[in-house]
Design a binder for this molecule. Structure first.
Ligand SMILES: Cc1ncc(COP(=O)(O)O)c(C=O)c1O
Length: 395
């Protein structure tokens, strides 16, 4: 089957109620008129044809009542996980949430009590901390350390030494946002063993599972560490892969009967149910046509990654982290000798680019910015030129 997605032609997102573009001025102080949005983690590409067809078919039925589409959607998730990731997920173990931020929040409510500690490896996706703090639980940061290859490592020995006995849950990000790191099987097994040793619930957020660069393989936690399944809560979604975050649907797969029952009870207590559009988009996405689209997307993103990291590496003082996954580049500015306010002034005011601020990702992120490069290549070239100009005096 030939599918030719057009990733080069820009789509107009301004005026579409896009957070990334329409809230950029208010949130970032960068004018959307000629600014470039590189913050929120969604993509500036048109949706896949297979999604457009599913949406049109939905509209044509003129029927938005209660629906029964969950079964087909879960079967599609199971098919995708097995064919793309070698994981035999059982549809009977799946429940749906309104996205994965919602899934994390429900995990906290279900498996922890106020005051309990929740372990995260920082810097990490900033909503982990927000969810924990706003649930009146305590964040226990385990700072990542930079290895010889320039990418992050977990320091489980340091974490072990810092354990208090009040920890209940470990929230894992795999592949890692913002590092673009794929954890090895051995690293995942070490995390699973750590959770077993300390009787922790292991929540593995694998939302970036499909955005993996050629030559790299993401191994889902239940495949890497099958012994972990009785304490494991798996979070997956088609939303990063297919750019459907607005349809608010995440899949939570819980192999253990007791954990699944407790999660289901909490969902019912809050009356949280999936939505028709989210189910239809996920079902349509997780298909042979969707798979071809994703392969072409990743190839395109790989070109963007190469161009962006190469150019950033050439600016003295900038250290982009080598990436194995995601479209989110993590750049350390500490060797520029500038403080973050100066760096941000140059990026936002001079280059007119809105990045994500590293400090929001927790300890270790203070000197970094995160740049989303999921955009047409020509626009990325403009972003590169502007960043080069903004830091030209460092040459
Ligand atoms: C690791 C991680 N988890 C969860 C989310 C949010 O997921 P959702 O939009 O489904 O709430 C993101 C979004 O960037 C993410 O990077």
């Amino acid at each position: 089957m030939t599918i030719h997605p057009d990733f080069d032609t820009p789509i107009e997102r301004r005026g579409t109620r896009s957070v990334k573009w329409d809230a950029m001025q208010a949130a970032q102080g960068v004018d959307a008129g000629d600014g470039i949005a590189m913050w929120v983690a969604d993509m500036d590409f048109a949706a896949a044809d297979v999604l457009q067809e599913a949406t049109k078919a939905l509209i044509e039925k003129a029927n938005y009542g209660y629906f029964t589409g969950e079964t087909e959607m879960k079967d599609a998730v199971a098919w995708w996980m097995e064919t793309r990731h070698g994981w035999r997920a059982d549809p009977a173990h799946m429940v749906s949430t309104a996205g994965l931020g919602n899934a994390i929040a429900i995990c906290l409510q279900t498996y922890t009590d106020p005051g309990d500690e929740v372990i995260i490896f920082t810097p990490v996706y900033h909503e982990f901390t927000n969810k924990i703090v706003n649930a009146d639980r305590k964040v226990k940061e385990s700072p990542l350390v930079i290895g010889e290859d320039g990418t992050y490592r977990m320091d489980l020995d340091a974490l072990e030494a810092a354990m208090t006995g009040r920890e209940r849950l470990l929230l894992f990000c795999s592949p890692h946002n913002p590092a673009g790191r794929i954890w090895t099987i051995a690293e995942q097994q070490a995390v699973a063993r750590f959770c077993a040793r300390h009787d922790l619930i292991l929540v593995s957020d694998e939302i970036h599972h499909d955005l993996v660069y050629p030559g790299k393989i993401h191994v889902p936690m239940p495949v890497a560490a099958p012994d972990s399944v009785e304490r494991l809560v798996m979070l997956t979604s088609s939303s990063k892969t297919f750019n459907t975050a607005g349809s608010r649907l995440g899949t939570v797969t819980i192999p253990g009967a007791d954990l699944r029952k407790r999660f289901g009870k909490q969902l019912n207590a809050l009356n949280l149910q999936s939505n028709l559009l989210g189910c239809e988009l996920t079902r349509a996405a997780y298909s042979p046509r969707g798979a071809i689209w994703v392969d072409q997307l990743v190839a395109y993103l790989d070109g963007n990654r190469a161009a962006f990291l190469k150019a950033m590496n050439q600016i003295p003082g900038l250290q982009p982290m080598p990436m194995q996954a995601t479209y989110l580049a993590w750049i350390d500015f500490s060797n520029t000798g500038m403080d973050m306010s100066e760096v941000l002034h140059r990026v936002k005011s001079d280059a007119r680019i809105a990045p994500s601020v590293g400090a929001e990702f927790g300890t270790g992120g203070e000197t970094c910015l995160r740049f989303n490069f999921a955009m047409p290549r020509a626009r990325l070239d403009t972003a590169i030129e502007r960043l080069q100009a903004a830091f030209r005096d460092l040459q």
